[in-house]
Design a protein around this ligand. Structure first.
Ligand SMILES: NC(=O)c1ccc[n+]([C@@H]2O[C@H](COP(=O)([O-])OP(=O)(O)OC[C@H]3O[C@@H](n4cnc5c(N)ncnc54)[C@H](O)[C@@H]3O)[C@@H](O)[C@H]2O)c1
Ligand SMILES: O=C(O)C(=O)C[C@]1(C(=O)O)C=C[C@@H](O)C=C1
Length: 300
């Protein structure tokens, strides 16, 4: 049972963490720290948080766990602001979609207190943002990847692990480098592609006509272009090298496909599409069907 948790950034991810712990009866008091008064008031109105923070010192007093669930570029400044009030028994974790730069930021900001920071990343989300998007069951059956530091004790890691398990999540561990390479390929690249495609269509002279006839294929491919531009700008810039590697590989693949099409090489095109179809079916069978899918509208 956590007596007090403090959430910096009470949006989709932080709000869902709060709702899940509350649903599990695993927390007594939840304090919210935010960027705008309006979104914190909304989070309180929705029953996500109990208290809106007015003083960091007061908020962090006797806190068991702090979660950073804000755009990753805010990590260093936020941890630096927390440090003076961080008590010995408080554990800090985060939900950021990249881990290498977050760990660097934590080392810079927390210095000798960095052992109290256990980096994490829930592999669950939606394109919707803010407290209204939060859902208690977002993490049920989903993975949370922890990338513990050598300075973390087993107990500190276990506290973060248990909190996510109370949310229904399954814990995995990776190094920050492996984490960032993996998610550059299967999360960050698809977001960049979706944004680039929709931006390209939106800038065409006859965009209205194109959007008028865009249907479910377009919707499925581009759902994630509805995600927060601030969040994805920060992810792109903080995982720049790994994403550039993936973009280059994808551009090479598109170039291959273009040549096959220009040559009218139906055999090669069919082979590529068949391989992709097989891989997609296998992935869906082995991973996706084992997980509970949150409803698209963000409601329970
Ligand atoms: N959306 C996803 O699918 C997803 C999945 C896993 C992890 N994440 C990570 O979780 C984090 C939060 O994403 P989200 O989807 O909940 O976004 P969100 O926009 O729903 O919530 C972020 C909240 O942080 C607040 N915020 C911004 N700067 C702040 C600051 N300096 N101090 C306090 N609050 C601040 C914003 O006002 C907002 O309420 C990001 O780091 C993201 O990389 C997102
Ligand atoms: O479903 C979505 O909208 C998501 O983008 C979720 C998603 C992803 O699968 O890429 C996005 C970012 C994360 O850090 C983890 C999960």
């Amino acid at each position: 049972m956590l007596k007090k948790i403090v959430i910096f950034g009470v949006g989709l991810i932080g709000g869902s963490f709060a709702l899940a712990l509350r649903k599990a009866g695993a927390v007594e008091q939840i304090v919210g720290v935010g960027r705008t008064a309006a979104s914190l008031l909304r989070a309180k109105e929705l029953g996500i948080i109990d208290v809106i923070s007015t003083s960091l010192e007061e908020s962090l007093k006797n806190a068991d766990l702090v979660l950073l669930a804000l755009p990753v570029a805010q990590t260093e400044a936020t941890l630096a602001a927390i440090k003076p009030y961080l008590q010995k028994n408080t554990i800090v974790t985060d939900a950021g979609s990249i881990k290498g730069e977050v760990v660097l930021a934590a080392r810079l900001a927390l210095g000798d207190k960095v052992g109290q920071f256990v980096p994490g990343h829930p592999i669950a989300g939606l394109e919707s943002t803010g407290p209204d998007a939060a859902i208690a069951d977002l993490y049920v059956g989903k993975k949370v990847v922890l990338t513990p530091l050598s300075e973390n004790s087993a107990e500190q890691v276990a506290t973060v692990q248990q909190a996510w398990q109370q949310c229904g999540a399954v814990i995995h561990q990776l190094t920050p480098e492996n984490h960032d390479a993996v998610f550059a390929a299967v999360s960050h690249l698809p977001h960049l592609l979706a944004y680039a495609l929709v931006d390209d269509i939106a800038n065409r002279e006859h965009a209205d006509l194109l959007f008028q006839y865009a249907a479910s294929g377009f919707r499925d491919f581009t759902r994630i272009a509805g995600s927060s531009p601030e969040m994805w700008r920060d992810i792109s810039l903080t995982n720049q090298d790994a994403i550039l590697t993936e973009l280059d590989a994808y551009i090479a693949q598109l170039t291959r496909l273009r040549s096959q099409l220009a040559d009218g090489n139906g055999e090669a095109i069919h082979a590529m599409f068949s391989n992709a179809q097989r891989a997609r079916h296998n992935w869906q069978r082995s991973i996706e069907t084992a997980e509970v899918q949150p409803k698209q509208d963000g409601n329970e």
